[in-house]
Write a protein that binds this ligand. Structure first.
Ligand code: FDA
Length: 391
């Protein structure tokens, strides 16, 4: 079998690239080792796929080569994917902060991609494994469970390591190394963090409780929900900061992200001098959390008994509460994989390898990782479009 373009991986990036190349008249084959394509799309956004973010900028991505994603993102924007979604009659809504979701189901996004692939006469093979890949002239030969397949161009779209049960594999990294590419160290991102020892003892009783917070790690801070779990902490603010967190980094939690804690305490002292700190905090925080913070560190007495200096100390503690995470839940639950194929060795306008002619890497297998909120799919669409237009 001979194809002009073979794409390994039928996820978001692979299907998008296949559709674009197929519609240009290229003979395209997608090889997917799982029993169906787009599994991560199906489970994304709680089943409604947060398919893009209106506010996408290069600043929403982590990459060792910070300018790399600019070109592709500029050439394929959220409005372009929205136009595609609209053409397919898929109803959508903005949830918050520019995050767009399907009104009905993420199945509609997989359907969209499959319909676009069909328009380009793309052949898709599921349950197909690639045993080996070698170069043949300017092209490639693949040994697969379907037999020998020749390809003029090869696109690696096999994703990262997160959620192995959904088909994730280290295949793309192995192949990149085989062809002389540098693979930057990988680790789980957008992942719940775990606590241990006394930290876990202190906070595990709060499991299930969520609150608004801002979570800081070094110079980075994210505001959003924080959820206590049986193993540690999660929720959007924690998932976001997890991509920047390294073992032994201290997290500083602001429990009152929307207000100045000192002004709040001073106003409460003036208005309710006899009220206990614990009671006053229960007015702005979940009561069990307020009790825990008072029991662990803040103490509690009637507000009139606090001097100005003590109020300042309380405010500082409420806005920079240290929590030491012991680790993360790892790839089992991570939404993304940080690190991957070094983008210094790829063209930022086409995603083609600078080392091997006609070899492309797209999607999560590369060292480009978005923040939470639709940015990862937008990157998948944009880089796939860039490769699909030339492959
Ligand atoms: P993706 O992982 O989608 O596809 C890779 C494909 O390659 C898979 O189908 C895999 O089975 C296949 N494959 C792997 N090894 C292979 C091999 N050896 N041979 C053949 N095939 C192989 N992002 C976002 O923007 N909004 C959201 O709402 C969410 N939600 C979300 C929820 C959950 C639970 C997860 C785990 C992730 C998200 N994400 C997200 C992240 C998003 O899913 C991710 O960034 C994209 O799917 C990446 O697209 P890729 O095509 O690069 O990889």
């Amino acid at each position: 079998m001979h194809y002009e373009v073979v794409i390994i991986g039928g996820g978001a990036a692979g299907l998008m690239c296949a559709a674009v190349a197929g519609q240009r008249g290229r003979r395209v084959l997608v090889i997917e080792h799982a029993n169906r394509v787009g599994k991560k799309i199906l489970m994304s956004g709680g089943g409604r796929c947060n398919f893009t973010n209106l506010h996408t900028t290069p600043a929403h991505y982590l990459c060792a080569n910070p300018h790399f994603c600019k070109s592709a993102l500029a050439r394929y924007q959220p409005a372009d994917f929205i136009a595609l979604v609209d053409r397919h009659g898929i109803a959508w809504h903005e949830k918050e902060r520019g995050q767009l979701f399907c009104d009905e189901s993420s199945k509609q996004i997989v359907r969209l991609l499959l319909d676009e692939c069909a328009l380009g006469s793309v052949r898709i093979e599921v349950n197909c494994s690639v045993q080996s890949v070698s170069q043949q002239g300017a092209g490639f030969v693949l040994d697969t469970t379907l037999g020998r397949i020749e390809a003029d161009s090869l696109v690696i779209a096999s994703g990262g390591l997160s959620i192995p049960s959904m088909g994730a594999s280290g295949f793309g990294y192995q192949l990149a190394r085989q062809f002389g590419h540098t693979v930057l160290p990988t680790r789980a991102g957008l992942v719940p963090l775990t606590l241990s020892g006394t930290h876990l003892e202190h906070y595990a009783p709060l499991a299930g409780l969520s609150t608004a917070a801002a979570v800081r790690c070094g110079a980075r801070s994210f505001e959003g929900g924080l959820l206590f779990t049986h193993r540690g902490i999660s929720g959007p603010a924690v998932l976001q900061i997890s991509s920047y967190w390294q073992p032994r980094d201290e997290l500083l939690i602001d429990w009152l992200p929307q207000q100045d804690a000192l002004e709040f305490l001073q106003a409460q002292q003036a208005a309710h001098p006899l009220a206990e700190l614990r009671t006053v905090l229960s007015g702005v925080l979940p009561s069990r959390l307020a009790q825990t913070l008072c029991a662990l560190k803040l103490g509690s007495k009637p507000l009139r008994q606090y001097r100005e200096r003590e109020l300042r100390e309380l405010a500082a503690q409420l806005q920079a509460w240290p929590i030491i995470a012991s680790g993360s839940e790892g790839y089992r639950t991570a939404e993304v994989t940080l690190g991957g194929v070094d983008t210094h060795e790829l063209s930022s306008s086409t995603m083609v390898s600078k080392r091997v002619e006609n070899l492309y890497f797209i999607g999560e297998v590369m060292d480009v990782t978005g923040h939470l909120g639709g940015f990862n799919f937008q990157w998948a669409w944009a880089c796939a479009q860039a490769a699909g237009a030339v492959v």
